[in-house]
Design a protein around this ligand. Structure first.
Ligand SMILES: CC(=O)SCCNC(=O)CCNC(=O)[C@H](O)C(C)(C)COP(=O)(O)OP(=O)(O)OC[C@H]1O[C@@H](n2cnc3c(N)ncnc32)[C@H](O)[C@@H]1OP(=O)(O)O
Length: 401
């Protein structure tokens, strides 16, 4: 096997990296016209390449942008949003991704980043590197003909349509002011630039609607309508919806279901705990068409991550094993009063990937123990562990990248 050279990409190498990633996803290269905007979505110094030391050719790439992650209790920790991972098809399964992951973790640990998150193309790729499914989401189809709002559902507020340019100017501020649930992340200027490109390239017009409550903008949704033939209705695809309160959730759904020439609304990546079906007299107006992993989380700095989130109930000694980032391996006494390293016998043992799965509250420790992903020692420890890691709402990211 040829030697690999791994380093941060220079600005003039980003387009080659972009083409490599797109080819890995079976997409055609970006055009000359599109590239200047796409380049602005790359955060400098966060772009890695693996090169063939002999030929100097780029074999694989990965990048990230800076963000922060809201954890149970409301604190936000430094986060890397990892994307753009691809390896040339003629060089896969020779350790290029492994090398990219190693270099990226080194870089993140060196900058004091607590965690990394990503959306995975396939479920079998990232677990070996210590990532675990940390937020789940569901897909919905709401049939307009059956969707009648129950009388007690909140009403009030106003909806305002924005054109795309105005939306891209105002949405960053509106999103930043919305309350965050565990799993949500800050949206960087780089993220908004990627969004700008995606929305501009959409084959149908993208509509943005902002909900205004008594204290100003408190939610927004974006959609496009597909499959509409002249004289027929189409399907509304919800591209995103963020509601800061119950009135905004109801107000946005009332607006969406009032749009003409639409038979049904489909939505992907919605939070598990979002009570859309409960808005309607017939809850089956909203069909859940799928559930699955949303984001994968990698705790780069386990002590910092444990110290950042809120805990419930009695403390436990948790033993974490991290074969990739050895500094995370250890025993921690975790409880409401804080987190400290300890030599006491562990009551809960799990790998760093399983810790990521329970860290935001997506999976209970007892569920992980049922499938051998965690070990619980002693009477009543399952209940205590579930209480310790439990959260009031299911975690959700809601920011695709
Ligand atoms: C966050 C994002 O950007 S998600 C996008 C991910 N990219 C893609 O899906 C694009 C298409 N795929 C690719 O570019 C590549 O196949 C990658 C990036 C998924 C993997 O790169 P590779 O260089 O082949 O990975 P590498 O050789 O380091 O593999 C490490 C291990 O993971 C395994 N592995 C890698 N990819 C996969 C996969 N898709 N499914 C199952 N196992 C995999 C390898 O078999 C290897 O296992 P081993 O250690 O037991 O031998």
């Amino acid at each position: 096997m040829t030697d690999l050279v791994t380093r941060t990409l220079r600005p003039e190498e980003l387009r080659t990296a972009n083409a490599l990633f797109r080819a890995a996803l079976h997409a055609k290269p970006i055009s000359d016209e599109e590239w200047p905007a796409a380049e602005r979505a790359y955060q400098p110094e966060r772009n890695l390449g693996v090169f063939d030391s002999g030929t100097g050719e780029l074999l694989g790439t990965a990048r990230s942008t800076d963000a922060d992650l809201t954890v149970p209790g409301g604190a936000a920790v430094p986060l890397a949003a990892v994307t753009g991972v691809g390896v040339r098809a003629d060089r896969t399964r020779r350790g290029v991704l492994t090398e990219l992951m190693r270099a990226q973790f080194d870089e993140l640990a060196g900058r004091g980043v607590t965690a990394a998150t990503l959306y995975a193309t396939e479920g079998a790729i990232y677990g070996r590197f210590g990532y675990g499914v940390a937020t789940l989401s569901r897909s919905l189809t709401v049939r307009k003909a059956r969707a009648r709002f129950r009388p007690e559902v909140p009403s009030g507020g106003e909806c305002e349509l924005l054109d795309l340019d105005t939306a891209l100017e105002r949405l960053p501020g509106i999103y930043a002011d919305l309350p965050r649930q565990p799993g949500m992340m800050a949206r960087s200027s780089y993220w908004w630039r990627s969004m700008w490109i995606a929305l501009r390239q959409a084959s149908e017009p993208v509509v943005t609607v902002v909900h205004h409550g008594p204290r100003g903008a408190d939610g927004f949704a974006q959609y496009r309508v597909v499959g509409r033939q002249p004289g027929f209705s189409g399907t509304m695809r919800l591209l995103g919806l963020h509601a800061g309160n119950a009135e905004a959730l109801a107000g946005l759904w009332r607006f969406l279901l009032g749009v003409d020439l639409v038979d049904e609304i489909t939505a992907e990546g919605r939070p598990l705990g979002e009570p859309v079906e409960l808005l309607f007299t017939d809850p089956r107006a909203c069909e859940v068409t799928g559930t699955g992993d949303e984001t994968w989380l990698r705790l780069v700095d386990v002590p910092a991550a444990l110290a950042a989130r809120a805990w419930e109930g009695e403390p436990l000694v948790v033993e974490v094993t991290d074969p990739v980032l050895e500094h995370n391996t250890g025993r921690f006494r975790v409880g409401r009063d804080g987190v400290e390293r300890t030599r006491s016998s562990p009551q809960l043992r799990l790998g760093v990937d399983a810790l990521a799965m329970t860290y935001l509250g997506a999976w209970r420790p007892s569920a992980l123990a049922q499938v051998g992903r965690a070990q619980l020692a002693g009477e009543g420890i399952a209940e205590r562990a579930d209480r310790l890691f439990g959260t009031r709402v299911a975690p959700w990211c809601g920011t695709f990248f």
